[in-house]
Design a protein around this ligand. Structure first.
Ligand SMILES: C[S@@+](CC[C@H](N)C(=O)[O-])C[C@H]1O[C@@H](n2cnc3c(N)ncnc32)[C@H](O)[C@@H]1O
Length: 300
């Protein structure tokens, strides 16, 4: 059997088994390609050339073992392979952090234009997980210094490994912090993908999500937005005068807008899919922090 047929057969098996595609792909065909090319160590960019390739016995055995784990245990492909792709770069990926999948990757690819009038000199990736967002920013803005912050030491260890992978230790550092508590700034850009799922929703998510750390999903409170609310109250004091906050709240964006109806959230649009990401500048965040009561209660 040729690789082309393996891809089709694997896609059909994944579909029949009802696996969930939500960790980097959106359909069974792409999921099969991700799994097979990763398992065989093939270059995605040369996918057309590889389709007629024959597979050896050991290659078939390796693929079968990974497909079984994907189907029987519902392990996301990135955890099976130990690597994930984000914003065009490869990252080490394991259960210490969520599988990278944020639409913020598209904003990084576009250098946050037209939101940022000039390249940021200092960047904070808050709730960094394995560091994909901050490291992709560092690669996009070669003069910037970047801090990666997270509460989880495991996630920070993985982020450190990714810093080494990309040889960025000279200007990218990690810091353990409960949101902004241990951070000084000022930053020209804060990019944050905090947890924003409610406990109730977590229990209804497909099995794939149970392989990910709950700390990366559970945003706290009945609506899952406690961490987001705390962050909105803290961000202004860590931004430079020209500073900008890019904040992901995914499908909780509607609840966020309802909870803080007076905040002038600028919801961003994406060419390659995704939503629930907003931009706020320092002035907007300052107003918000100083009049917290008007926006649904005091910020902790
Ligand atoms: C949704 S994941 C985002 C990971 C990564 N930035 C990404 O986009 O793939 C959220 C991250 O927030 C971290 N986190 C949870 N609570 C936190 C807190 N109070 N302060 C800082 N980080 C926190 C989790 O450990 C997790 O790595």
């Amino acid at each position: 059997m040729r690789l082309r047929q393996y891809i089709e057969r694997t896609a059909a098996r994944l579909e029949q088994a009802g696996v969930h595609c939500g960790h980097g792909t959106s359909n069974f065909h792409d999921e099969a390609i991700h799994l097979l090319f990763g398992a065989l160590g093939l270059d995605y960019a040369r996918s057309v050339d590889e389709h007629d390739r024959a597979l050896s016995g050991p290659e078939r055995a390796r693929i079968e073992s990974l497909v079984r784990k994907r189907i029987d245990e519902r392990v996301p492909v990135a955890y099976l392979l130990g690597v994930a792709w984000f914003a065009g770069h490869e990252f080490l990926c394991d259960r210490r952090a969520l599988v990278p999948r944020s639409p913020i990757g598209e904003l990084i690819g576009n250098r946050f234009e037209p939101l940022l009038p000039e390249a940021p000199g200092t960047i904070l990736d808050l709730c960094c997980g394995g560091g994909c967002i901050g490291i992709a920013c560092a690669l996009q803005f070669p003069a910037a210094t970047v801090e990666l912050a997270d509460l989880s030491q495991g996630a920070l260890d993985l982020a450190q490994e990714n810093i080494s992978l990309h040889r960025l230790a000279a200007r990218v550092t990690t810091r353990r912090s409960d949101l902004c508590a241990g951070l000084q700034g000022p930053y020209d850009l804060i990019v944050a993908n905090p947890p924003y799922v409610s406990r109730q929703e977590i229990d209804t998510l497909p099995r794939e999500y149970r392989h990910e750390p709950t700390l990366g999903l559970d945003g706290g409170g009945a609506d899952g937005l406690e961490l987001v609310a705390r962050l909105l109250g803290q961000a202004a004091s860590r931004l430079s005068e020209r500073g900008l906050l890019i904040l992901e709240s995914g499908h909780s964006a509607v609840a966020l807008q309802e909870r803080f109806p007076a905040i002038p959230f600028l919801w961003l649009e994406f060419e390659h899919g995704g939503s629930g990401i907003c931009a706020l500048n320092r002035e907007q965040l300052q107003k918000l922090a100083s009049s917290g009561l008007r926006y649904g209660g005091p910020f902790p």
